[in-house]
Design a protein around this ligand. Structure first.
Ligand code: ATP
Length: 604
C-alpha cells in the first residue's frame, strides 16, 4: 500500500473549549490574562519610543436591564490589521515569542486571550498600532469564527487596545465592581504601570501604593518595620522576622516572613509568588526547600518561566538555580543568627524545632551548629541536647512512650537520664549527634532496667511469693521481690509490649463480632507465652517489709492488689476493667477496715 502523508485536523471548537475552560483552575484568571496583555503591549511600546505615560484601565458599564460589559484598555503598542490575523486570530501564535526581547514579556504561548471565553460569549477587540495604519475592530466567537473590520482613518481610536467583554447570565458575578477590583488587586498590586478601575461612581487605583517588601528585598533595610507592619495588616501574619531574599539566578527578590507559631510540614503553606510583578500563585513547593515550612514568602522572580496555565514554574535549569539560591538565602539567615544573635536563634529553635531539625538532619555543618540547642524530653526534665550530652556522655534513648513512662523513675534512681525519643527526628538526631560528637548511644527499654534491679535472696520468701501470686491470679502478672532505688517506690510494674498488644486485642474483642473475635483469639494465642507483666516489690520500702509479716489472708491479698494498682498508676499504665475493679474493691475494704479500727478505738 502506498504510504500517504496526512495532516492532523483540528476541531476548532474543541480546542477553544479546552484552552479556555479546562486549562485554568479559576475563571477570574481572565483578568490576569487581560492585565498581562496590557503590560506586555506597554513594555513593547516603551521599547520603541518611551515617550508616553503608560496606562491600564478597566471600566464596567451597565445599561438598563442589560448584562454588564467590561472595557479593558491599555495604551500599549497595539496591532496592525496584519498582526491581528497573524497573532490574535492564530491560536498558539504569539508576537512575544518571536520578539528578540521575549524575556521581557509575560506571555508567550498565544492562548491567554481565549480565557475570556470562560466569562463571555464573544471577545471584541479594537486596536490601533503604534506603527501607524488604521484602527481595527476584531470580533471573535467561541466557535472559532471571527469578523475583522478596518475602521475609518478618522475614527477617534487612540494608540493601544481595548477589549470588550459582555457578561453571560452565569458569569455576571465576575463583572461586579468589588469582584473585579479584588481580582485586579490580587494579580496586579505590584505591577509597574498604573492600573485603574472604574464602575459607576466607584473608582480605584489598584497599585497606587507599592508594598514595602520589594524595596526591602532590594537592600533598603530601613523598611524592615514597614514590611512587618504590611505582613500584619495586609496578610494577618504577626511575623517574628523578615528575611530578605535575593538572587541573580531567576532574578529573584523577596522576603521570608518567619511565622510566630509552630507549624507542621503538612499545614497548608501559603505564599505569594509574582512573575515579572504579576501574581503567579500561592504555591512555592517547587522553589522552597522542604524544611523551610516555618516561613511564608512574598517573592518576585523575573527570570523563570511559567507553565501555560501560569500557575507554576516550568522545571528547568533556571528554576534549579533559583531553588538553590533560596535554600542558601535561608541557611545564610540561620548562620547569621548563630554568629551574631544567638539569643534570637535560641528563640527560633524553640519555636520552630521541627523544620530546623529537618534541616539539621540534612547537613552535618548545620547539625553541629543547631543540634546542641535542640530541646529534648528526658527522664530528668526538658533540656538542650548539648547539656544532656554533657551530663550524660552515654546517650540513652527510649523509643516507645509506654516504655519511657515505665522506666523514667527507675532510670533516675540509677543516676541515668533517658531521652524520650518518640518524636519525629529524635532518633536520627541522637544517632547523628553520637556520630558527629563522639558519644555512645544506647537504646534502653524497661527490660534493661528490670534486669539491673538488685536480686535479693528469696530463700524463706517462697510462701509470701506464692500468696502474692495467688492474690493476682488471672491478671497475667508475676510477683518478685527485689531491692531498688528510689526507696520511696514500693513496687515497680514492668509490662512487656507483647502484653500491651494482648490488652489491646482484649479491648478490641469487646467491640467485635464473633468472626472477628475468633480471629483475634487465634492471633492472641501466638503471644500466650509472653503474656506476663512483672510486679517487682521493693524490699527497701517499709510497706513491703511489713507485708512479709501480715498473717491475715484477706488483708495480705488486698495489700498486694493495691500495690499492683498503685504501680500501674505510677507507671502510667492504663487500667483495665480488672484493675479498676481491684481499685474500687480495695478502697472500700480499706475504708471499712479504717472505720472498724476507729470504732474499736472509741469503744476502748
Ligand atoms: N492588549 C494587546 N495589545 C497588543 N497585542 C495584543 C494584546 N492582546 C493580545 N495581543 C496580541 O495577541 C497575541 C495573542 O495573545 P494571547 O494573550 O492569546 O497570548 P500571549 O499573550 O502571546 O501568550 P500567553 O498565552 O502566554 O498569554 C499576543 O502575542 C499579541 O501579539
Amino acid at each position: 500500500m502506498p504510504r500517504m502523508e496526512h495532516a492532523f485536523k483540528v476541531d476548532l471548537r474543541g480546542i477553544i473549549d479546552l484552552l479556555s475552560n479546562h486549562l485554568y483552575s479559576d475563571p477570574s484568571v481572565f483578568v490576569r490574562e487581560l492585565l498581562q496583555n496590557g503590560v506586555d503591549a506597554i513594555t513593547a511600546r516603551r521599547a520603541r519610543s518611551g515617550e508616553f505615560a503608560p496606562l491600564i484601565e478597566a471600566r464596567l458599564l451597565r445599561g438598563e436591564g442589560e448584562l454588564p460589559v467590561l472595557e479593558f484598555r491599555d495604551n500599549g503598542v497595539g496591532l496592525t490589521e496584519g498582526e491581528v490575523h497573524e497573532f490574535l486570530a492564530t491560536i498558539g501564535r504569539s508576537s512575544k515569542r518571536l520578539d528578540e526581547a521575549r524575556d521581557t514579556f509575560l506571555g508567550q504561548f498565544g492562548i491567554g486571550l481565549l480565557s475570556c471565553f470562560m466569562v463571555s460569549g464573544e471577545i471584541e477587540l479594537v486596536t490601533r498600532s503604534a506603527s501607524g495604519g488604521p484602527a481595527v475592530r476584531w470580533l471573535a466567537q467561541a466557535d472559532g469564527t471571527y469578523t475583522l473590520e478596518v475602521l475609518e482613518e478618522s475614527s477617534p481610536v487612540e494608540i493601544g487596545t481595548t477589549v470588550r467583554l459582555r457578561a453571560r447570565e452565569d458569569t455576571d458575578f465576575y463583572f461586579e465592581y468589588d469582584e473585579l477590583r479584588g481580582a485586579l488587586e490580587n494579580y496586579g498590586r505590584i505591577l509597574p504601570y498604573p492600573v485603574h478601575v472604574f464602575g459607576g461612581e466607584q473608582y480605584a487605583h489598584v497599585n497606587a501604593a507599592m508594598p514595602p517588601w520589594l524595596a526591602y528585598a532590594a537592600g533598603d533595610t530601613g523598611k524592615r518595620d514597614e514590611v512587618l507592619a504590611y505582613a500584619r495588616e495586609e496578610l494577618g501574619v504577626q511575623a517574628l522576622d523578615a528575611v530578605p531574599l535575593r538572587s541573580e539566578a531567576g532574578g529573584l527578590l523577596g522576603v521570608a516572613l518567619v511565622l510566630p507559631h509552630a507549624t507542621q510540614r503538612s499545614a497548608r503553606q501559603w505564599h505569594s509568588v509574582y512573575l515579572k510583578r504579576m501574581l503567579l500563585g500561592h504555591d512555592l513547593s517547587n522553589l522552597l526547600p522542604e524544611w523551610a515550612f516555618f516561613v511564608r514568602c512574598l517573592l518576585n522572580v523575573d527570570g523563570l518561566h511559567p507553565t501555560a496555565s501560569r500557575e507554576s514554574f516550568y522545571e528547568d535549569d533556571a528554576l534549579k538555580a533559583a531553588r538553590e539560591a533560596l535554600n542558601a538565602g535561608l541557611r545564610g539567615y540561620i548562620e547569621e543568627l548563630a554568629a551574631h544573635d544567638p539569643k534570637r536563634l535560641d528563640a527560633l529553635i524553640s519555636l520552630h524545632h521541627l523544620p530546623l531539625k529537618a534541616l539539621a538532619t540534612e547537613d552535618d555543618d548545620f547539625f553541629r551548629l543547631l543540634a546542641p540547642q535542640f530541646s529534648l524530653e528526658t527522664s530528668t526534665g526538658r533540656m538542650k541536647l548539648g547539656e544532656y550530652a554533657r551530663r550524660s556522655p552515654t546517650l540513652r534513648m527510649v523509643t516507645d512512650l509506654d516504655q519511657f513512662r515505665q522506666i523514667a523513675q527507675v532510670a533516675s534512681a540509677y543516676g541515668h537520664s533517658v531521652v524520650n525519643a518518640v518524636y519525629t527526628y529524635d532518633v536520627p538526631l541522637l544517632r547523628a549527634y553520637a556520630r558527629l560528637f563522639g558519644h555512645e548511644l544506647e537504646e534502653v527499654d524497661a527490660q534493661t532496667y528490670a534486669l539491673s534491679l538488685e536480686d535479693v535472696a528469696t530463700g524463706g520468701l517462697e510462701g509470701v511469693l506464692a500468696r502474692a501470686n495467688a492474690a493476682l491470679e488471672g491478671l497475667g502478672c508475676e510477683v518478685s521481690v527485689k531491692r531498688f532505688e528510689p526507696a520511696e517506690l514500693p513496687a515497680l510494674l514492668i509490662v512487656t509490649s507483647e502484653r500491651r498488644l494482648l490488652d489491646d486485642i482484649e479491648a478490641a474483642k469487646d467491640v467485635s463480632d464473633d468472626l472477628f473475635s475468633e480471629f483475634l483469639d487465634d492471633y492472641a494465642a501466638e503471644y500466650e507465652e509472653v503474656r506476663v507483666s512483672r510486679l517487682h516489690l521493693n524490699l527497701g520500702h517499709g510497706l513491703v517489709q511489713d507485708l512479709l509479716h501480715v498473717e491475715d489472708g484477706a488483708v495480705f491479698a488486698r495489700l498486694v492488689q493495691m500495690m499492683y494498682v498503685q504501680a500501674h498508676l505510677l507507671g502510667h499504665h492504663p487500667l483495665r476493667a480488672e484493675e479498676l475493679a481491684l481499685l474500687t474493691g480495695g478502697l472500700s475494704d480499706m475504708m471499712r477496715w479504717g472505720l472498724r479500727a476507729t470504732r474499736l478505738d472509741t469503744l476502748n
